[in-house]
Design a protein around this ligand. Structure first.
Ligand code: PLP
Length: 456
């Protein structure tokens, strides 16, 4: 559990290599089987089936090697088969795969809790509880907030994404595809305006945007009815929206002054992704509760709620848990993964990636603008969580069609890039933090060329 793993060297060749059309024949065969066996409601961004993945590449079943700018949605920050994670997981699986922490506890769970208590913002006394998915962590943070405050109302924001379970669907802003016809939703969830510098009339005035939301909370709900405010410090699925400076600290301070639990949903932004351990760190925000998942365990399913000891310890025995929560193999993977992030200084690496990505995208935006093709409305993000918002040339009208064609063109050249956003017009880049500079540079050239050739 405490062995120090050396920086890993990937055994998967770090190159872009196309040997068939995308998708190739073997992927097409599997797609046919999939169609007959797998529910149509679960769809995939990329039409190829994976065989191996690590570092900055995904190798498909036809032998194509694709450059990965998605990390399986911000999960495989240390690589998808990081040797240290693989070794730790295999050793734990060989020892035991499960006892259920609620039946027979084990050290790995405790060690992960210690680590999260240490790494998350703030030096107050903390406690941690582990689950399997991001949605489950958010649900439990809200259980804890309601019980400890004795209040019902939960505030979420425009463009928010918090998951696909009933309560987290209610917290999520976008109807299609996440909520459409899946109601009725959990009650006592209220939505407030977000700070969205590119589209917001308040622009870069984060304090004013916070006061707008605070005014509405005071008037429409009353502070003493609100159990929690839940917010992504940088919104993920909603469009990689970085709120204007001052927004988060002002909302957090108002929460503290009014006994409202401030929950930072760092499921996507956590674990070095934004260039700090947590996105809350950028503005010195100390959440009362923080939810984590995605990047936590090198690809193994694990999630957590960490926060003020008095909130977590207010819950009665047996009130929190779950059969698989904090599975021992996932805990071993998390410890190895977090150690890799430390040894390889992945927060620092995320900051270097930001320079490369923002540099390439900004240069492209300027070149296109100089030709009267102002389709890149905004380049934004922190660390290796960067987005371009695509618009109809010269204005701010979202262009989801362009985002789709660019992603398709990049994929045809062997680059995986994801889209997101309330308007579907955002290309989001979140490569594994262990991707090499050269590979990333190649992917950025292909992506920027794709924007250039798709923008008419
Ligand atoms: C992905 C995500 C979730 C949901 O996580 P799952 O593991 O898919 O349940 C919740 N919050 C945020 C911010 C996310 O990005």
């Amino acid at each position: 559990m405490t062995t120090v793993h050396q920086p890993s060297i990937s055994s998967v060749l770090q190159e872009r290599r196309l040997v068939t059309a995308i998708p190739g024949p073997r992927s097409l065969e599997l797609a046919k089987r999939r169609e007959a066996a797998v529910a149509a409601g679960v769809t995939s961004v990329v039409p190829v089936f994976a065989e191996r993945a690590d570092g900055g590449v995904v190798v498909d079943v036809d032998g194509n090697s694709l450059i990965d700018l998605g990390s399986g949605i911000a999960v495989t920050s240390v690589g998808a088969s990081n040797p240290a994670v693989v070794e730790a997981s295999a050793a734990q699986a060989a020892a035991f795969t499960h006892t259920c922490f609620m039946v027979t506890p084990y050290e790995g769970y405790v060690a992960v809790a210690e680590k999260l208590n240490e790494l998350t913002p703030g030096d107050h006394e903390k406690r941690t509880v582990l689950f399997n998915s991001g949605a489950e962590a958010v649900e439990n943070a809200i259980k804890i907030a309601r019980l400890s405050t004795g209040r019902d109302a939960i505030v979420a924001f425009d463009h928010a994404y918090h998951g696909r379970t009933n309560l987290t669907m209610a917290l999520t802003a976008k109807s299609m595809p996440y909520k459409h016809n899946f109601g009725p939703f959990a009650p006592e969830v209220y939505r407030m305006p977000m700070s969205y510098p590119y589209r917001d009339t308040l622009g870069n005035d984060g304090v004013a945007a916070a006061q707008r939301a605070i005014g509405m909370m005071d008037k429409q709900l009353g502070a003493d009815a609100i159990a929690a405010v839940v917010i992504e410090p940088i919104q993920g699925e909603g469009g990689f929206i970085v709120p204007a400076p001052g927004f988060l600290p002002t909302v957090a301070r108002w929460c503290r002054d009014n006994g409202v639990v401030f929950i930072a949903d760092e499921v996507q932004t956590g674990f070095a992704r934004t260039g700090r351990w947590f996105a809350s760190d950028h503005e010195g925000v100390v959440p009362d509760l923080i939810t984590m998942a995605k990047g936590i365990a090198g690809g193994m399913p694990l999630s957590a709620v960490t926060g003020r000891a008095e909130l977590l310890d207010a819950v009665h025995g047996g009130g929190l848990g779950g059969t698989y929560g904090g599975n021992p193999v996932a805990c071993a993977a998390a410890l190895a993964s977090i150690e890799q992030m430390t040894v390889l200084d992945l927060p620092g690496r995320a900051r270097s990636l930001e320079t490369l990505i923002v540099g390439a995208l900004t240069a492209t935006a300027e070149r296109l603008a100089s030709q009267g093709r102002e389709v890149i409305g905004d380049v934004r993000g922190r660390g290796a969580m960067v987005a371009v918002e695509l618009v109809k040339a010269g204005g701010t009208e979202p262009d989801p069609h362009l985002a789709k064609s660019v992603a398709a063109a990049a994929l045809a050249q062997g680059v995986i890039v994801l889209t997101c956003g309330t308007f579907g017009n955002v290309l989001r880049l979140l490569p594994p933090l262990v991707i090499g500079d050269e590979l990333l540079g190649e992917a950025l050239t292909i992506l920027c060329d794709a924007i250039d050739s798709c923008a008419v």
